[in-house]
Structures are given as C-alpha cells and as structure tokens.
Write a protein of this length. Sequence first.
Length: 302
Amino acid sequence: MTQNFIDVSPWRVVTPKINSKKELNEYIYAFKEWLNLRPIWLDNFNLAFSESLIKKIDFSIDSLKPLGEYIYNNHSKEEMIKGENVSFFDFCARYIGEVLIRNYANVEWYISFNKKEFAYLRPAIKQYLTEPLNEVYRVFSNENPYLIYENVVQFKTILEIDNLIINSKFLNKHFDTYENFILIASNSNFEIISFIEKVKNALQYKNYTLEIEDNRFYFKIDDWVLWLTYNENDSILEESQEMAEMVKDEEKRKKIATCSKRIEMIATDDPNMDYFNEHLYILEAAQEFTDVFVFSPHSGFM
C-alpha cells in the first residue's frame, strides 16, 4: 500500500520538469490517481505516521500542533530536498489539506497544468495560495514546529472575516472574477493613499461608491463590487520569492523576490464583462508606480 502512494504521489519540493506531452499526460494521470485514492488514504494514515502521532490527530486544526512537533523533531529539510521519506511527507501534505477541507466550506484540492500559474504541477488547496507541502518545508526553514498550525489558523480566520464582511455587505454576491495580486517591490514608490486616489480618478466617470474598512477598499458600481485589500507581512515575501521563480528576466525576478507588500484584488461575477475595462483601469493605476507587478493566479504575470 505504501509503495502505491509513492508511485502516484505528485508531491515534490522541487517542481518536476516535464519535457514532452507524454510526460505531462502521465503526470495528469498520476494526479487523478492520487485523488482517486483519497478514500483509501484517509483511513490509512497509520501507514506513514507513528502510533503516538495517530492518537493525537483527528482532522481538527489543533491536531496540526502535534503534527508539526513530530515533523520538526523526527525529520529534516535535507530529507525533503533529497526526496527521502517521500511517503511520510506525502501523508503530511495530504493531512494538512484535509484539515483545511474539513474545517472550512468550499475548500478543495486542485493542480494547475498552466506553466504561468503559481501552483503549476503542484497539488494545492484552491483557496490557499501555497501548497500544503510547502507548509511542511517552512517548519524547518523557520525552525517553528507550530508554523503549520499558525498559518492554517490565520488562513481560516481571514476567510471567516472576509466571508462575514461579504455576507453582511454584499448579500448573495459571489466573488470570483478579476482576481489579481499587485506585488510591490521594496524600492517601489508605491503609496496606498495615492493609489486609491488614482483609482478614484480612473473611475470618476462612473457613479461608484467607496467603502473603507481598515486595509480593505470596496468599490461598487451598480450591483458590481470590486474589493481591494492591502497586506504586508513575511509570508507574502516568501510567496513572492516563489512566484519570482516563474520569471525569466533576471532583473524583474530579483525585484519581485523583494515584494513583502501587495494589493489583493477580486470582484463579483461579471458574466458579460460589463466592468472589464474598470478592472483594467485599476491595474493600470497601480502600474503608474515604479516596480509594481501584476500577478494572476490563473494566467501568471502580466
């Protein structure tokens, strides 16, 4: 059983190189098999986890504390880089993903086969910008056995707050279009107040309303809502460094790798693309500043 999990597992710290359509098709098949085995491995974590750890995990968020302790005390970053103990790390990643799925609605596994996307050939949680395997790796990089727990708590808290705001302000609206990250390099002249003023000027011909809550900005035109959130923290810097690996141009790659600040954009449904131009105006307003980069989780860097 354990060998089967290793054979079909797409989990690797280093993204595999696909050199032909045949290899890509094989990889797609492997991921589908990996998902098909989900009912089996949900009941067989004892294949990779110790008896003492099995007693402490129950798919609750709190169970990520003993999982992190066990990973930190019994394994190493070098093992992951060398591809050792693949089955164990595979199960860890599966377990983290399942904790997210069981503790929050509308969360699911996915993998991207688009080279421009962040999660190219790396199984991820669709609403989670990083992959669960990276959470394991960061335990060693940050020397913090509770990092997985802390990140998942933060993830769940943010989603709950966001949904509370959306449900109370914009009842029955679905946010899933025009999703972009506006990355801000360390030497950029970007200023959030100036940016919002530029956006207001770009939309001045429209009858819009603007609501502001802390670092969140809601632009509403008719029944359409576009939401901008300004964030700055160390995890954004780590994600920017991972995104930078997609960029061939060395100078641009180095600048993107310094981005610890970003604007997160998303909007309500726009099936007829009535507000496509408005979303472009906002992106253009951001790009008036120096060293600002627009990244779409769906199509990569603009």
